[in-house]
Write a protein that binds this ligand. Structure first.
Ligand SMILES: O=C(O)CCC(=O)C(=O)O
Ligand SMILES: [Fe+2]
Length: 245
């Protein structure tokens, strides 16, 4: 169950998992990698969970001939396909960190309550961008028979938002939002308190600004952004100008 925080523009979200469980059939979260290519942590409050988790690239060994991943996995399947993976038995008071792009499946071995949080930041933002690009490619391919229609690219962006959760404009707005905050931290006396008490140090601000510069440069060079009639290139150029002062 996802419980997004209301009223904030955020690069992260928090969920609470309250699964019901019977003695013989374990409830589970089926095989997946996390939304957008985000990081996640998951902490068990009570109960026992079992994880099967694999480093990026290993999941390709399980895809079918059309490149589709299986819905569910088990150890037998992983062994048969020579997948390198880890088994984690997570007890109460233990937390699991899931790096970006690591596919996993999770079983509730007993009744469990756990809290889970997904986020992205300067360390994995390029992964989110790659995922966004790949998902746009997949959408365009899926409706390529409609290429001749008016506003084909705008339709693709609408479908990208519907299937992936964000589209190019949303991504750029997110970068603009974070850039405005980091620039305010750097150039003015504004110091934002994060999580009510944490204040970013100068290195953190500097690092985020450098990553923002790099990713914005990448966006300005992206053929879809240059081509599109959505005026995305202008926005990226403006953002870059602000960042390269
Ligand atoms: O606890 C679960 O059932 C799923 C957790 C998960 O997939 C995650 O934290 O990424
Ligand atoms: Fe997950």
């Amino acid at each position: 169950m996802w419980i997004p925080r209301p009223g904030t523009i955020s690069t992260s979200r928090t969920g609470i998992w309250l699964p019901k469980c019977r003695a013989t059939t374990f409830t589970r979260t089926s095989y997946h990698s996390d939304v957008f290519g985000s990081f996640s942590w998951s902490t068990n409050i009570v109960g026992l969970k079992k994880w099967l988790i694999m480093p990026p690239g290993e999941e390709l060994k399980l895809n079918d001939r059309l490149g589709n991943p299986p819905f569910s996995i088990d150890e037998k399947m992983l062994d048969e396909h020579n997948v390198r993976y880890y088994t984690i038995n997570q007890r109460a008071n233990e937390a699991v960190f899931v790096p970006s792009g690591w596919f996993h499946q999770v079983w509730n071995i007993t009744d469990t309550i756990s809290v889970n949080h997904n986020w992205f930041n300067a360390c994995n933002i390029s992964m989110v961008w790659q995922n966004l690009r790949n998902n746009l490619k997949a959408v365009c391919k899926e409706i390529s028979d409609c290429q001749q229609m008016d506003n084909f690219e705008a339709h693709c962006q609408t479908m990208l938002r519907a299937s992936f959760g964000i589209n190019y404009l949303d991504f750029i707005e997110l970068l603009e939002f974070i850039a405005a905050r980091r620039l305010a931290e750097k150039t003015a006396a504004t110091k934002f308190l994060l999580f009510d008490s944490y204040r970013m140090n100068d290195y953190h601000v500097q690092y985020d600004l450098e990553c923002l510069r790099q990713i914005t440069r990448t966006l300005t060079e992206d053929p879809t952004i240059q081509r599109t009639a959505l005026q995305l290139e202008g926005r990226c150029q403006q953002l870059l100008t602000r960042l390269e002062f």
